[in-house]
Design a protein around this ligand. Structure first.
Ligand code: PXP
Length: 248
């Protein structure tokens, strides 16, 4: 069975990274989100990190006020972030592992090793009406754990696949794509909604977008980088085209 239209969530964290390099207000991630929406983004993703290295609290206020498409609020499973999510009531909450020393989100959440605590943690977020997703490796043990704790959505970490592609390690790329392919079908058969994200580019998005059960891709760093050369709207339109051509 095929998911409905493949959605594109645009992650605007790195607009805030550029702003924060200098301080001040420019460039404004909320303005980028509004432009992304106009260019065809089906949702906006923003990760409020504990260290506020890119998105800050005021950005979440601004996004909630300005967006007409859903906000996918990425966060670590901490009490502070749960309180912020409950206050803002975003459409979706994506739980990600977070380490202060990492440059970007490395690896997936260990849902299997923390299932009891995570089940209790997501209950109020679900009760509040958020679509809760878990950012996990393409690993059956983790998928099973997501089902067990009652998370309706998983997002599979595409980082290893994208890195292998970027570095020309074609055998590794094929292995990683096979993992994503199998776990997408497996999770979908269990009734979970499947998203994929991290590291996706025009080059490597196609094989993932082609998987019929994938409902959403979340893409940030590459699009924001391309925006320097093409402009944000055209970069989103081109990513959308890559996805649609692969899906067709
Ligand atoms: N999905 C999740 C859960 C993420 O944490 C991120 C950012 O790390 C992305 C998607 C987007 O990844 P990228 O910026 O590499 O496209």
């Amino acid at each position: 069975m095929t998911a409905d239209k493949l959605r594109l969530g645009v992650n605007i964290d790195h607009v805030a990274t550029i702003r924060n390099a200098r301080g001040g207000d420019n460039p404004d991630p909320v303005r980028a989100a509004i432009m992304a929406e106009a260019a065809g983004a089906d949702g906006i993703t923003a990760h409020l990190r504990e260290d506020r290295r890119h998105i800050v609290d005021a950005d979440i206020d601004g996004l909630m006020a300005a967006l007409t498409v859903p906000l996918n609020f990425e966060m670590a499973a901490t009490d502070e972030m749960q309180a912020i999510a409950l206050r803002h009531k975003p459409h979706a909450v994506c739980l990600v592992p977070e380490k202060r020393e990492e440059r970007t989100t490395e690896g997936g959440l260990d849902v299997a090793g923390n299932d009891t605590a995570l089940a209790a943690y997501i209950a109020p977020l679900r009760d509040m009406g958020a679509r809760v997703s878990m950012f996990i490796a393409a690993d059956r043990v983790q998928v099973d754990a997501c089902l067990r704790i009652g998370a309706p959505v998983i997002e599979l970490h595409a980082g290893a696949y994208a890195d292998a592609w970027a570095e020309g390690r074609w055998d590794d790329r094929d292995v990683e794509l096979a993992k994503i392919t199998h776990m997408t079908a497996y999770a979908h058969d269990l009734g979970l909604e499947v998203h994929v994200g991290h590291g996706l580019t025009y080059d490597c998005v196609g094989p993932v977008a082609a998987l019929p059960q994938v409902a959403e891709l979340n893409i940030g760093h590459f699009i924001i980088g391309e925006a320097i050369f093409q402009g944000l709207g055209p970069a989103i339109v081109q990513m959308r085209r890559c996805m649609d051509e692969a899906r067709a």
